[in-house]
Write a protein that binds this ligand. Structure first.
Ligand code: TYD
Ligand code: MG
Length: 476
């Protein structure tokens, strides 16, 4: 990019010393132990041969576009120069939505996900969209050869001359290539396979990961090139390597989904340039990932919400409302202790809903296994899903369902009362737009919510319930 420096990074000399780093939390120990004393993880210490601080790269001088100007003295906040950097919208609407509207120049983004979920496909498509806007993109492939990546790019229809493919695993050479090409975005796929020559540890080890990531983040900050790193996740769903990679970068995205289904979700868990509430929805097709325009059709099957144990709710995910089907199953427990399993929603809130149903509605779940699932792989943290969870459990237990076309929205308190939910007006208008006819919710207090309620008169009948008992009376 114009204004970037010619010599960005010079790794300082390494001083060889042996120490042990925890693979889980990144804590450093001088001697080996079976258990990390910082995070209590067993068998997670890994021998490393160089002190971390000797590997910090030196940024010689930052160019005009550098985001970190280390020569600037401490200044009062009012005198800090305005650094309004325009975002680069990739054009992949759902990707832009998750990262807060577009890629910020000089930002470091980490994309994690299971192997085979579609990380390389997504980033190649992001690259292709940017290249089509005459922006330069460098795609560094450290796992596949250039012809292999080229073949995949061909399948995805990425043929722009602004998209450069570079098969490389040496981080210093990647830095040189970035200086030469000055791309707007540099994608490193994957960070676990690259290494720094001055570090004796193998690629993928904690110390290599830390060094390579730090190097690339410095490179991004000094050159203004946004860097997108791909990271694999472990069996437990964590990004392989220490949490400290997540601390180094600006944005952490997780690419989730089920390889047996075609839909994929990109979730943001950290974002220095936007909120972390948005999710991006994609569908994997034979020619790459497609943006999902109609989330309702993807997440809620037709006829959902009327069978016993199935309830449709309207969930707030960032700035949009998504209809989500909550399914529950209660079954006689064969074991001594009843099982409780929640997928996609908070298990603690599910336990609370079971207790509320037992206390206020006279149902008994002591000898029942209870399973609750938010269909579609979306993870819900919105408390407005409480009533739907409670009604799905009660519906399964009593073998009763709601009238077709019903939606349940409400936060339930410990006394079984319905509490006000956020953005009810937005939920009402979206439910109406999607063609649902009945809404079961709590008392409406705010004038915006009342206005929304009046505006859907005749199209959506709203049943206002004071508590969970009144909501349960809506079962047909
Ligand atoms: P990939 O992007 O290689 O995953 P990751 O980088 O996360 O390991 O995607 C691999 C899967 O995606 C593979 O199982 C095939 C599937 N796929 C499609 O269905 N359509 C396509 O157009 C492409 C490129 C991949
Ligand atoms: Mg890949």
């Amino acid at each position: 990019m114009a204004g970037a420096t010619d010599h960005l990074i010079i790794p300082s000399m390494a001083k060889t010393r042996t120490y042990f780093v925890c693979r889980q939390c990144g804590a450093m120990h001088t001697k080996w132990m079976g258990k990390c004393t910082d995070c209590d993880a067993w068998d997670s210490l890994e021998q490393t041969f160089s002190a971390a601080d000797t590997h910090r790269p030196k940024v010689l001088s930052a160019g005009a576009t550098a985001l970190i100007d280390t020569d600037l003295p401490a200044l009062p906040v009012s005198q800090i120069p305005d650094m309004q950097v325009p975002r680069i919208a990739t054009g992949l609407v759902e990707f832009d939505r998750v990262i807060g509207g577009g890629v910020v120049p000089g930002a470091a983004i980490l994309l994690g996900g299971d192997p085979g979920i579609g990380k390389s496909t997504l980033l190649l498509q992001v690259g292709q969209h940017l290249a089509a806007q005459s922006l330069r993109v460098l795609y560094v492939s450290s796992e596949e050869s250039a012809p292999q990546t080229g073949l995949r790019a061909g399948r995805l229809g990425a043929s722009s001359d602004n998209l450069f493919i570079y098969a490389q695993t040496n981080v210093d050479k990647i830095g040189e290539q970035v200086q030469k090409l000055r791309p707007h975005l540099c994608i490193v796929d994957s960070v676990q396979m690259i290494y720094q020559e001055s570090n004796a540890s193998p690629p993928g080890s904690v110390s290599q990961l830390k060094d390579c990531c730090t190097n690339l983040v410095y490179l991004a900050k000094a050159s203004g090139t946004a860097v997108c790193l791909v990271g694999h996740v472990t069996k437990r769903g964590m990004l392989a390597g220490p949490k400290l990679i997540e601390h180094i970068v600006d944005t952490v995205l997780y690419f989730e989904g089920d390889s047996y289904h075609d839909h994929r979700i990109v979730r943001c868990i950290k974002n220095r340039f936007g909120n972390t509430l948005e999710v991006g929805l994609f569908r994997m097709t034979g020619s790459g990932l497609e943006v999902v325009d109609d989330a309702a059709a993807l997440l809620v099957q037709s006829g959902a919400g009327s069978a016993a144990g199935s309830i449709v709710t309207a969930c707030l995910q960032g700035s949009r409302v998504l209809p989500i089907e909550i399914q529950a199953l209660t079954a006689d427990s064969a074991l001594g202790s009843a099982r409780r399993k929640a997928t996609g929603c908070d298990p603690n809130r599910m336990a609370m809903m079971i207790a509320v149903l037992e206390k206020h509605s006279g149902m008994r779940f002591l000898d029942k296994d209870v399973f609750v699932n938010a269909v579609g792989g979306i993870k819900i943290s919105d408390p407005a899903v409480d009533a739907a969870v409670a009604m799905a459990i009660a519906g399964s237990h009593a073998r009763r369902g709601l009238t077709p076309g019903s939606v349940v929205v409400g936060e339930v308190g410990l006394l079984g009362e319905f509490r006000p939910v956020a953005s009810l007006a937005q939920r009402i208008s979206e439910i109406c737009r999607l063609g649902y006819q009945h809404l079961i919710t709590g008392p409406i207090h705010s004038s915006a919510d009342k206005l929304a309620m009046n505006s859907v008169k005749g199209k959506l009948s709203i049943h206002i319930c004071k508590n969970i008992d009144q909501a349960l009376a809506c079962f047909s």
